[in-house]
Design a protein around this ligand. Structure first.
Ligand code: HEC
Ligand code: HEC
Length: 252
């Protein structure tokens, strides 16, 4: 069985690795082959994750499942723990609580590390196809209005800019703030409504509920329409911060 540290797996081959002090190489060994096996084949009564989240882990609008590929691994571990302890309830397909309970803490960590690395190279094109959604009768919003809310919020209505926590175009901040850019549209809309009505309440310090309680239905459609295709790259920059060699891919 292959057991490697994720950090080493990501940056091996890069000359700079030699210059990185040992302290940066987090001592967290994730068993990536176990993670891959769970993702593709499931485990015991837990079905393969691919059956709902897609072969590539990019999520599915028709099922309301999220993109998992490339998501911050510690955030994924937290979500699986929250499902396993019923702190978060899957009220979309009523399955994730049982799925998470069927995995050991090690399994959850392994699959999260595998998913985090699944699409590292795929920086654009992960979101929903808005034209297809419209064609299948799903209501969408105005991307430019969403962009404004993501960047500046609407302080007069008590809405902080999403960027202040989720970073530029929602590209996420390890370990607490998930990537919400290039997430699937339907999932984004569902979660924002769940934060707003309190049926999802696993956010530390109620941070998301405070933002969502002031969002209108239109705001939700607008931010989701913008975010699902928002690029993590700033203009003229071909790298995202997490690709900086001195930042570790901690999979704790
Ligand atoms: C039968 C369908 C189904 C299967 C199989 C499934 N999932 Fe899910 N998963 C969902 C749905 C639906 C949601 C969204 C729940 C909600 O709306 O709150 C979800 C949400 C998640 C989330 C939360 C992501 C986030 O961004 O917050 C994680 C993590 C996750 N699934 C991991 C897995 C893993 C790992 C497996 C395989 C062991 C798996 N899922 C198998 C349907 C499924
Ligand atoms: C004060 C900080 C803060 C602000 C501002 C904020 N968020 Fe969040 N958001 C969070 C945290 C923390 C989580 C993760 C909660 C958890 O652990 O489940 C989160 C989670 C989410 C999720 C669920 C992601 C997933 O994969 O399950 C969505 C969607 C989201 N935020 C959208 C937004 C949008 C849209 C805005 C702007 C209108 C916004 N957030 C503003 C802190 C914030």
């Amino acid at each position: 069985m292959r057991r490697v540290t994720v950090l080493a797996a990501v940056i091996s081959g890069v000359a700079l690795v030699l210059a990185i002090p040992q302290v940066f190489a987090a001592e967290v060994a994730a068993n990536l082959s176990n993670g891959e096996k769970i993702f593709k084949e499931g485990k015991g009564s837990v079905p393969a994750c691919t059956s709902c989240h897609g072969e590539d882990g990019m999520g599915n609008d028709m099922m309301g499942t999220p993109r998992l590929a490339g998501q911050i691994s510690q955030f994924l571990v937290k979500q699986l723990e929250d499902f396993a302890t019923d702190k978060r309830m899957d009220t979309t397909m009523f399955i994730m609580n049982a799925n998470a309970k069927g995995l050991s803490p090690e399994d959850r960590r392994d699959v999260a590390a595998y998913l985090h690395l699944l699409s590292k190279e795929e920086l654009v094109g992960g979101g929903s196809n808005i034209k297809e959604l419209v064609a299948s009768g799903i209501q969408v919003g105005e991307s430019h209005l969403g962009m404004s809310l993501v960047n500046y919020g609407a302080l007069e209505r008590g809405i902080s800019g999403c960027r202040s926590c989720h970073d530029y175009n929602g590209r996420g901040v390890d370990p607490i703030y998930p990537k919400i850019g290039q997430q699937k549209f339907v999932y984004l809309v569902n979660q924002l409504k769940k934060w707003r009505d309190g049926s999802r309440a696993n956010d530390p310090l109620g941070q998301m509920r405070k933002v969502a309680q002031n969002l209108t239905d239109e705001d939700i459609l607008n931010v989701a329409t913008f975010l699902t295709n928002a690029s993590p790259l700033t203009i003229g920059n071909t790298r995202v911060p997490e690709q900086h060699p001195f930042m570790s891919f901690d999979t704790k």
